[in-house]
Ligand binder design. Structure first.
Ligand code: MTE
Ligand code: MO
Length: 486
């Protein structure tokens, strides 16, 4: 009941201030990197649902224990619920960007839980000892109050569940790019069934972030501040940003947590303002080597300044595949820097860019042990056939994607059963900042076979074979699958 009323109050006040979301956010931030890595690996995009589910189970267990205790000492049990609410209130008010207002849902939640327990005890006592009947008016009042709490709690739960998948209503008109991207080369997509499409539709784009509740940023309130080691600190709003010359670029985004063969990679056409121009306008001082970006929910990301200023297409993006950014992907603006993993370059819901040094400040994941700079490692993946597939003997189409953003993919090789490597056919690409599809025809013979892939980047370096897990600077190793030929 306490949690439901907490949700209802939070929905009315501030969705991110619900006791579950605030405490869950603290748990995420406090979880050691290895455990978080395990959660992402094991539960994938369901990691947040698993966390919330686990918290609800813990709360349910505590509630049962307190319900038991309330039979003897109702005052003590009610006070314990009140205390839990107070702890949640302190956590909520201490979250990045929170104010005292964020404590309110937890306080209300604790009070509601305590009241519900006392009401339940009184109503149950009256059923247990019918001879000691309460006066009718009083009974009606107690039952009515209890009913009200049940309704409020149900309203909160329904409100949260129904609102969870809702898209932001807020939007804006996208300006035309001054430099549109060239149409994708016709041969970028080999259109092989089962092969990852070259462009990832927004709804299918992987999502990785620390936000339990997607930040809903009001575009009319949004501003971006450029601060720190600059000659002229800058603050721009969305209108300013959209009035700037915007460019359109094809950039593939990948996550450092991606395992060999994993799904945390996606390609989009981004529309945005070149970060270089914004930083030049602010005037970067000598000595700065890190662009520390902060999101509306307090997440921080440190990008090597050289990567932002060496002329590559580092963008403050407002659109993805021709649509304003979906809320899950950073509405109204996010960073995109080709060649770097997302944790070091792709801040969603970005509100501040601070020029600083790596020596002076550490970003969110760096404090948790991940590498300070995040160059993408060359990687390749087999999409078809599927792992453990049964394929007919004879020619079999083997295909997948490979990436080495900002260096480009120069070659992909495939082999069966550790035999000699064969060159795969490479699809066309718009540039060095995207992934590249590849395909190879394998002459399948009866038996069980292992197919293995490796890529070589534009600098001539071939993927290393040794398997290394994602922590702390990205996985390496060849992807391989096993197939059976009858
Ligand atoms: N505000 C914010 N931005 C963030 C993150 C985050 O946790 N919070 N995660 C980063 C990571 S680790 C990755 S891989 C990319 C993923 O972007 P996507 O969810 O749009 O695919 O966002 C980056 N930007
Ligand atoms: Mo990531």
């Amino acid at each position: 009941m306490a949690l439901g009323v907490g949700e209802l109050t939070a929905i009315a006040l501030r969705p991110s201030a619900s006791p579950l979301v605030a405490v869950g956010g603290m748990v995420i931030d406090a979880t050691p990197a290895v455990l978080k890595d395990f959660a992402i690996r094991t539960f994938g995009v369901y990691d947040k649902a698993v966390l919330i589910g686990g918290m609800v189970l813990v709360v349910a267990a505590i509630a049962m224990a307190l319900g038991r205790a309330a039979e003897r000492r109702p005052g003590f049990a009610a006070a314990a619920i009140g205390c839990a609410g107070t702890v949640a209130a302190v956590v909520a008010a201490g979250r990045p960007g929170a104010s005292w207002l964020d404590a309110v849902p937890s306080v209300v939640s604790g009070l509601a839980g305590a009241a519900a327990l006392l009401l339940a005890v009184a109503l149950r006592g009256e059923r247990a000892w019918p001879k000691r009947r309460l006066p009718g008016g009083r009974r009606l009042f107690l039952a009515g109050s209890f009913g009200l709490l049940v309704t409020a709690a149900a309203g909160g739960v329904i409100g949260r569940v129904a609102g969870a998948g809702r898209a932001v209503a807020a939007t804006f008109r996208l300006p035309r790019p001054v430099i549109p991207a060239k149409p994708l080369p016709a041969g970028a997509d080999l259109r092989i069934p089962g092969l990852t499409p070259f462009t990832t539709p927004n709804r299918d784009f992987y999502r990785v972030d620390t936000a339990l509740v997607v930040p809903r940023v009001d575009p009319s309130d949004w501003t971006l501040r450029i601060t720190g080691m600059v000659d002229r600190p800058l603050e721009i709003d969305l209108e300013d940003l959209l009035a700037r010359p915007l460019v359109e670029r094809d950039i593939t985004l990948t996550c450092v947590s991606n395992e060999v063969g994993g799904p945390y990679a996606g390609h989009a056409r981004w529309l945005g303002a070149p970060l270089l121009n914004l930083l030049r306008e602010a005037g970067v001082r000598r000595g700065a080597d890190q662009l520390l970006s902060t999101s509306a929910d307090g997440f921080t990301c440190g990008t090597p300044l050289t990567a932002v200023m060496d002329g590559r297409d580092a963008l403050l993006a407002v659109a993805m595949n021709g649509e304003v950014l979906p809320a899950e992907h950073g509405f109204p603006a996010r960073m995109v820097v080709p060649g770097l993993y997302g944790y070091a370059s792709a801040t969603k819901w970005v509100v501040e860019l601070k020029l600083t040094t790596f020596a002076a400040e550490q970003a969110y994941w760096v404090r948790r042990g991940w590498a300070a700079d995040g160059p993408v490692k060359t990687m390749s993946r087999i999409d078809v056939p599927a792992p453990l597939a049964r394929v007919a003997p004879g020619p079999v189409q083997v295909a997948g994607v490979a990436w080495a953003q900002h260096r480009g993919v120069a070659a992909v090789e495939v082999r069966a059963d550790g035999g000699p490597w064969s060159q795969a056919r490479l699809a066309d690409v718009p540039g060095v900042d995207t992934w590249r599809q590849w395909a190879w025809t394998w002459q399948a013979t009866p038996g069980t076979h292992r197919l293995e892939v490796r890529a070589t980047d534009g600098a001539g370096r071939t993927q290393q074979m040794a398997r290394v897990p994602p922590f702390p600077d990205g996985a390496t190793g060849h992807h391989s699958i096993v197939v059976t030929v009858p």
